[in-house]
Design a binder for this molecule. Structure first.
Ligand code: FES
Ligand code: FES
Length: 157
C-alpha cells in the first residue's frame, strides 16, 4: 500500500505492507534511521517521534495510521552540521554512552522543554519515565536536561 505523510516539513510517499509500523516505514522506506528500534513493544522510547505534535512510540503506530499526517523525527533537531542545543548538552554532560537511547531522549527532552522551559527534577523524571537507558544511570541525563534548560533561559545551568 502507498503511504503519504509529511516528514520534517516535506511530503513523502512510499510503498509498504499494511502491517508496517511507522518506525519501520521511516527507517526502511524513507531512509531515516535516527529513530531506533530497541524493543518494538512501546517499552523503551528509543523510537520516539512527534505525530501531529504529540510524542509517540513510532513502533506502536502503523505507517497507515500516519497517512496524511505530520511527523517530526530526531533528524529534524540538528541544523545541518550543528547539533540542537539539547543534543549538545547531552554530549557536554556526558549523557551519551552507547547512544542507543539518545535519539528518543533528544525528542523527549526537546518536547519537554518546548512545553516547560524550567522543569523541576520531578517533572524531568516524569517526562522521561518512558525512555529507558541501560548505560548512564540517568543522573547525567538529568544534568543534560538542566544544562539545556538553563542555557535556553540564558543561564549556564
Ligand atoms: S522501539 Fe518503540 S518503544 Fe522501544
Ligand atoms: S546511553 Fe546506552 S542505552 Fe542510554
Amino acid at each position: 500500500m502507498l503511504v503519504r505523510l509529511n516528514v520534517n516539513g516535506e511530503w513523502q510517499e512510499a510503498d509498504t505492507w499494511p502491517g508496517a509500523s511507522l518506525l519501520t516505514f521511516l527507517r526502511e522506506e524513507l531512509g531515516l534511521p535516527g529513530s531506533k528500534n530497541a524493543c518494538e513493544q512501546g517499552e523503551c522510547g528509543s523510537c520516539s517521534v512527534w505525530l501531529d505534535g504529540e510524542v509517540v512510540c513510532s513502533c506502536l503506530v502503523l505507517a497507515a495510521q500516519a497517512e496524511g499526517r505530520e511527523v517530526r523525527t530526531v533528524e529534524a533537531l540538528s541544523d545541518g552540521g550543528s547539533l540542537h542545543p539539547v543534543q549538545a548538552a547531552f554530549v557536554e554532560a556526558g549523557a551519551v554512552q552507547c547512544g542507543f537511547c539518545t535519539p528518543g531522549l533528544g525528542v523527549g527532552v526537546t518536547d519537554l522543554l518546548e512545553r516547560d522551559p524550567a522543569p523541576t527534577e520531578g517533572a524531568i523524571r516524569e517526562a522521561l519515565s518512558g525512555n529507558l537507558c541501560r548505560c548512564t544511570g540517568y543522573q547525567k541525563i538529568i544534568d543534560a536536561v538542566r544544562l539545556a534548560a538553563g542555557r535556553a533561559r540564558g543561564r549556564p545551568a
